[in-house]
Design a protein around this ligand. Structure first.
Ligand SMILES: [Zn+2]
Length: 317
C-alpha cells in the first residue's frame, strides 16, 4: 500500500528532504548542501540518491511512496514540470526537473515554487486552517506570496500568481528591483531595501544607533535595524514605519482585488515583532473602506523551518 509522501525543499544553499506518512506526520528528514557547481544531470542524480538514502533510513521501500513534491525558489511551469527561471540555482533554468526525477526514481513528482507551497502548508496545517480563502505573504530578502482561492492554490495563467512583491506601490520611492521597475513593494519593504534606506539616511548625516549595532555602514542589515527599533531609535522607527506603510498598501490592494481578508505572514523581516505588525495593520486601515465592516485577520505563520518541505509534500494529491 502507498502510505508515504516525500517533500523536498530546494534552496540556494541547502536542500531538505522529508518523508511523511499519510497523516502528514514527519518521519525522517535529511539535509544536504546545494552544490552550485553541478550540471542539471548531476544535480538530479544527487537528489535521486538523497531520496533513496532518506527512504533507506526510514525503512521504507520506494513502492510504498505515493508521490514526491519538490519546491524551488523559482518560476515553475506546474503543468509541464519545468523549472523555468531561478536566480538561486541558475543551472536549473528551463530544465524538465519533474520528468528527470520521475525517470530515475519511478515515483510521480510534482513541482511548485517555494511561496506557493508555503501558502499550501499554512492553509492545510498552519495558521490558515479552517479558512476557505487565504493569502500568504513572506517578507524577507524578497517579498513573495501564495493565493488560496476556494480552498485551492491559484497559480494563474503562467504560474506567476501570488508574485505580490512586485505590486507597484510608489512612483517616487524604492530601489531598482529585479522585476525591472523601481517602486514595487519589494523595492521598498524587503529586508535588504529597508536596510539600504537606513544606510542612505545615515550617509546623509542622520544619527542612529543602527550604525553602532552594525559596526560599519556596509554591514547595516535588518538585525541592526531591529535592535535599534527595539529601543525606539528615531531613524529605526522611521525606516520600519516606511516599510510598514507600503506593506499596508499592498495588503489593502490584495483585499480590494480578491475580497480576502485572511492574511498569513512570515519571513525574516517579521522578526521586527508585533509593533511592526501593528504598523502594517494601521497602514492597511488608513486605506481600507471595508475594514470596519469586515475586519482583517493578520495571522503569523505557524510552521517554521519545515514549511517548504511540508508544503511540497502536500502537492502530492
Ligand atoms: Zn519588483
Amino acid at each position: 500500500m502507498k502510505k508515504y509522501v516525500i517533500g523536498i525543499d530546494v534552496g540556494g544553499t541547502k536542500i531538505l528532504y522529508g518523508v511523511f506518512d499519510n497523516r502528514m506526520n514527519l518521519l525522517r528528514v535529511i539535509q544536504r548542501a546545494t552544490d552550485q557547481e553541478l550540471t542539471p544531470d548531476q544535480m538530479m542524480r544527487q537528489m535521486t540518491s538523497n531520496v533513496q538514502e532518506l527512504l533507506r533510513g526510514a525503512d521504507i521501500r520506494p513502492e510504498e511512496v505515493r508521490g514526491i513534491g519538490a519546491a524551488f525558489p523559482s518560476h515553475i511551469d506546474f503543468n509541464r514540470g519545468f523549472v523555468l527561471e531561478t536566480c538561486d540555482i541558475p543551472q536549473l533554468n528551463n530544465v524538465p526537473v519533474r520528468d528527470m526525477l520521475e525517470n530515475r526514481l519511478n515515483i510521480p513528482v510534482w513541482l511548485d515554487n517555494d511561496s506557493n507551497v508555503a501558502a499550501l502548508a499554512e492553509h492545510r496545517l498552519g495558521a490558515g486552517r479552517g479558512h476557505r480563502d487565504m493569502i500568504f505573504v513572506s517578507i524577507s530578502t524578497g517579498i513573495g506570496g501564495g493565493l488560496i482561492l476556494n480552498g485551492d492554490l491559484y497559480r494563474g495563467i503562467h504560474g506567476c500568481a501570488g508574485e505580490i512583491g512586485h505590486m507597484f506601490v510608489s512612483d517616487s520611492l524604492g530601489y531598482p528591483c529585479g522585476c525591472g521597475v523601481t517602486g514595487c513593494v519589494q523595492s521598498i519593504s524587503s529586508g535588504p531595501h529597508m536596510a539600504e534606506y537606513a544606510m542612505n539616511r545615515i550617509k546623509e548625516g542622520a544619527e542612529s544607533s543602527i550604525l553602532r549595532y552594525a559596526g560599519t555602514l556596509s554591514k547595516i542589515d535588518m538585525v541592526a535595524v531591529g535592535r535599534a527599533f527595539a529601543e525606539n531609535d528615531p531613524l529605526a522607527v522611521e525606516v520600519v514605519e516606511r516599510g510598514a506603510e507600503y506593506l499596508g498598501r499592498m495588503f489593502q490592494s490584495l483585499y480590494q482585488i480578491f475580497d480576502i481578508n485572511v492574511f498569513v505572514y512570515g519571513g525574516g523581516v517579521m522578526k521586527l515583532g508585533p509593533r511592526f505588525v501593528d504598523m502594517i495593520i494601521a497602514s492597511y486601515r488608513r486605506y481600507s473602506q471595508m475594514e470596519l465592516k469586515y475586519p482583517a485577520h493578520f495571522l503569523p505563520a505557524e510552521l517554521g523551518d519545515n514549511t517548504g518541505m511540508i508544503g511540497a509534500a502536500l502537492l502530492v494529491p
